[in-house]
Write a protein that binds this ligand. Sequence first.
Ligand SMILES: [Zn+2]
Length: 315
Amino acid sequence: MSQRLSSISVDLDSLGHYCRIQGLSEGLLDERARALVWTTAVPRFLELFSAVGTAATFFVIGGDLAEPGLGEALKTAAASGVELANHSFSHDYALSRRSRVEIEADLRRAHEAIVNHTRVTPVGFRAPGYTLSPAMLQAVAALGYRYDSSTFPAAPYWLAKAMVMTALAALGRPSRAILDSPNVLLAPVQPYRPSLDAPYRRGDAPFVELPMSVSPVGRVPFIGTFATSMPWPLVELTFRRLRHVRHFNFELHAIDVLDESDGVPAALVRQQRDVRVPATTKLARLKRLFTWLGDDRERVTVAEAARRLDGRLDG
Ligand SMILES: [Zn+2]
């Protein structure tokens, strides 16, 4: 039987992207807040990875590389063995609704920005807002990538997002988020080879899809905000329910190691409640979980998980 794998990945969304999804003006971010992801979150994650001795992956937004500081922080990360992968150029939440040509141009632009700033060649992609379309998977294939890791087959997440978007629209403050097709709720929860015509079904794409982890029962999403802000007994219970999965794909965001005292604006904290949890508490929880992920599985980058699983998914 093959060794069970786990991957820790962090989407490096800067705070401006949170303002957009929460319907807030990016003008409320000062210079410090705009740079928090690379000045503060990235070094905290690197320290944590090194303390635990784990491999990890950063998903990088190409457009953010225009900001001073991100490129250098990523070079330091890559030098310590962290994989750098593509999280689109624009982080447009509606990217999946654009044409094949527009999507491929966005992904290529991000790919080139990452190569130019870090000398690292990405081999994987994660969609903004976790929303896929056939055109998006075709663009991933055109780039010759080894994997996509965007499927988020979490029922509570989909329902909560539907409700929040309806509420924001009713308040006259529509979110920039878009709601994925409910087909995502039927997607496989473990690594699969997707169909280029139907991303949430099995098919013959030239790469693998690595869904983010949700619990086998109830499809509760085991992601960073859940792990850092829900009652610890629930976190531990959900973690144990995932004990037997083939690939534990633990997805986090840079904001998962930040708090209000770091300079996250109060207006954003009000809507992003997990930011109220002190960063020291969140880091202590993550340290414990990252350690557990290595207890009975091998911790590898998302790219390495894709390499090992590819070829074992058919039949
Ligand atoms: Zn993102």
